[in-house]
Design a protein around this ligand. Sequence first.
Ligand code: NBG
Length: 852
Amino acid sequence: MDHQLEEQAENIVKKVRHYLITQMGRDPKKAFPWEIFQAISLTLRERVMVNWAATIRTMNESKERRLYYLSMEYLPGRMLVNNISNLRVHPLLKKVLEKLGYDYNQILSLESDPGLGNGGLGRLASCFLDSLATQNLPALAYGLRYQYGIFEQQIWEGVQIEKPDCWLLNENPWEMRNDNYAKIVKFAGLTRKKLNMHQETVLDLHDFEEVRALPFDFPIIGYSESELFNVLSLRLWSTKESPHNFHLQRYNAGQIGPAAENTALTDVLYPNDNHETGKRIRLKQEFLLVSASLQDILERHIENFGDFHNLADKVRIQINDTHPALVIPEMIRLLTHRFSLSWQKAFEMTQEVVGFTNHTILSEALERWNKERLACLLPRQYWVIEKINQKLCEHVRKKYPQDEEKVQRMSIIENGQIRMANLAIYGSHKINGVARLHGEILKTRIFKDFYEMYPEKFTHITNGITQRHWLWHCNAYLSEFINARIGKKWLTDFSQIENLRDFASDEPSQIEFLEIKRKNKERLINFLKEHNQQRNLMGQHIATSFDKIDLDSLFSMQVKRIHEYKRQLMNALQLIMLYFELLENPDAIAVKRTAVIAGKAAAGYFTAKYVIQLFHCLARKINNDPAIQDKLKIIFVENYCVTRAEKIIPAADLSEQISTAGMEASGTGNMKLTINGALTIGTEDGANIEMREAIKEPWWPFSFGSSADELAHLQRQDSYNPWDIYSQDSKIKRALDALKDGTFAQTESEEEAFGALFDTLMMGYGGQKADRYFVLYDLKSYYETERKVEKLYQNKSAWAETAIHNIAQMGRFSSDGSIHEYANKIWGIDPLPVDLKILREVQQVYEESTLR
Ligand code: NBG
């Protein structure tokens, strides 16, 4: 075995040297680390390319139904490490780098983390791609190749500063530019009516603006125990590298900005999570994705089948939230106009093809486009939307003749706005929520009218995560622990993890589990020492000591985007209350606590930014207060991203999932933390509920807070007044007062920030109700439940036992399971493993072409 590894490593070293010379003109003895990264990637890529070509041919020749996944966001994490992991060549590559004389971790950390998404929605898309590829499902994914991903977050004396994220500074060995498949997308222009062969009106367009979308393909490698693995394509469109997108006439007229608008169209990802702003460029981005991808999809279909008679049988398109919902009018338009299908046929086909996943019930996140804006930028698509809407309204009127209000509620166009969710529901055959509670809320609250009319369209599929990335890849110690006990089947069949239950009460296993946790905490703290030094007002690093962090303290983690409904502020208040209690009596709490918080705030979201500032000031005061004898430490980790999550999550003892019940559609961080051996303190929200049911009493001891129904009731009654709590609960009052009395604020800006936080809780702002996310309402039970946490943590063995039970019951939260459900319930697609004969053929051609 060792000998074999040695030999393989030697061969790869040769290849790497070959690339260093032929691609970089570099003497291998003098290569820069970045060149080594490139050469390693190119070498590994060869292996991937063979299977990639063979998978594509397998799909084309099979003529099976295919899924096309459309998403404005992806968060794949670093590609080289992920690919090494799915190709199972980790030990081999370590050996290779050792031979070449470079440090494995250093080389791998050179790659930047492609931040092509905001948070859960984008990461879910990447977990889904991993599962699609691993389960050999015939699929292809589309997105945008943003030049700048989600901003890099820096914290300057507590204030979030957004720096551009230039992930494409260096050549990316994992993307394949594909000029042959570039597409032209048309915006604006004037329309002219004409008749198609069914004597139905369609619109021609002239004087339009043309934008060229150029695809870059990324391989998505399926995990497999053998050389038989599928490779899917993630095709990302860019407008950057097409010189004709530059508008010279405008430039000559002195309009420098507008001249570059189309060249710059895919430059930046809109950095909003659960919030849409209705900006024009965003609309153009969305249509770019839709139009280019749809042309691609239809061309593929024609190439395979010659015409569209079987389109509804062979194609499934899943839209990740409403962002790509323009696919509905655009598909109808193309089919009726360019391909001369009848309107009715085109509409029915589109409905059958498209599926829509909703990811939020927050009204500020539901997309609405200004009617004039859309009509001006996309006149033909607007015209189709009007027609779809007429059809919908007629339908509703027919079924509910007396109910004009219902028609208004369901109408796609209302009050000068186009409601994309209504369009997406009407235009697709299935709409799904992302957890059971979320699915219920869609049916009974936000899309009630649609549910009444089309009950069969509504379903839910609970989110999942890939255990390969979020356990195997990010937590080597724990993975070995699991493998040693139950083997490795869990990697592709996560239900196997159940067998771990047998070890929950086994003392040596408990001890080993706790040791692993400790090692992961140590790894995190070492990482933070190097990468999370604080910055002063000017952004310069100031020496930050982590020496007082006790690895045996309880590490609680709340890591996710900063949003009011996620209630990081409740966590902060709980920490303030704890601090005051410790000031009175440092022995009041038996275990030390290290509270880790991380997450980005949208650039214009002031309340969220104030919350970050508050954590900074809490840390400044509390971490340095000798009176509490190092019992409590607070760390805000800058720039939360996939790579940092991989370091933070394995180190967690406690997972904070404390959103207002009914607001977090699913959550996926909750799942990642649990499979890494953290216990959850959480509300009855999103997937927490299903996790509680799977893990069962007594292994889920820290559930707290009001239910979604209770809060909905309070809202309807309009009977909640946070001042009641303020005046009745002295501990809570004291914590709130501390926001105003200068306990934590040192500067005017800090005073203002915390004053504003106080006001959102007690007065409301911008026309919103005071404490609309019920922070104070749940705070008492939250605080008390945190004390229960500490009590259990004192009993290490009971803690470990509970944690192992938690991991063991997480089998159903793998994205493999979610994807399996999508494939059966929504898409109707079957696995299509790469054809061995085709693979052999491609391999042979490859071997023959490799010059010795
Ligand atoms: C987010 C939800 C999360 C959910 C992810 C993935 C949006 C619009 N929604 O609760 O807030 O886990 O989607 O489904 O980003």
